[in-house]
Design a protein around this ligand. Sequence first.
Ligand SMILES: [Zn+2]
Ligand SMILES: [Zn+2]
Length: 245
Amino acid sequence: MATVPKALNPYKRPAWKPRIKAGQGPLTHSKFGGEPWLPLGEPWPECPNCNEPMQFFMQLDLNKVPEDLQGDFGDGLLQLFYCTSEEPDCAVETEAWFPFSKGSLVRIVHPIEADAESEAHDMGLEIESFPQKMIVGWDELLDYPDPEEAEGMGADLSDDDWDTLEALEKKGPSIPRDGDKLSGWPFWAQSAEYPDCPVCAGRMQFVFQIESELNLPFSFGDGGCGYIMQCEMHQDQVAFSWASA
Ligand SMILES: [Zn+2]
Ligand SMILES: [Zn+2]
């Protein structure tokens, strides 16, 4: 049986796949869709292109990530909103696939105890929320980088290794893992591309991957994949981008 080429071993890392339960749960809980926690008195985020409410995609309680990752991403709630408007076509008009596009809002908010569990505001939303799926746990997976990305980092892959990788790819699981996951290595739908931090220009690190039509009823382009990144030094600097398959 083929095993992952040794040249990729130094880059081996754990990734965590969210365990999902549909339905209700606390506002501040990690989740896809449904109701996000919003700071008291703050209106629901709007898209600056169409002036309509953005769709809520997900939030991740950074204080409740798996133990091995505790502290790696700071604290607070990492939230992603995204404009799904087709008329106007906000994704195209804002080039929402690029990091720092106006067509998406990714941010970290800090609930304070007093209002963290407060009732949801009446949003008066005209868009229908995506079904709420609570993230109730994490399953640890072994992850390897995209072989081309690994080569860029100095991995020396022989022709045999590439044949092995091709065989492994057919058998699955993919290298890196596809699907929604926390940490590990990005499954690049196109080539590897990490945004630069707007503050220090350093390369941002991978935090979370969102696959099309998995936990969200939404497709990034043609079944692509979305990536949330963060600056290790400036943890309030987060970015979202996606690439079409
Ligand atoms: Zn819009
Ligand atoms: Zn930075």
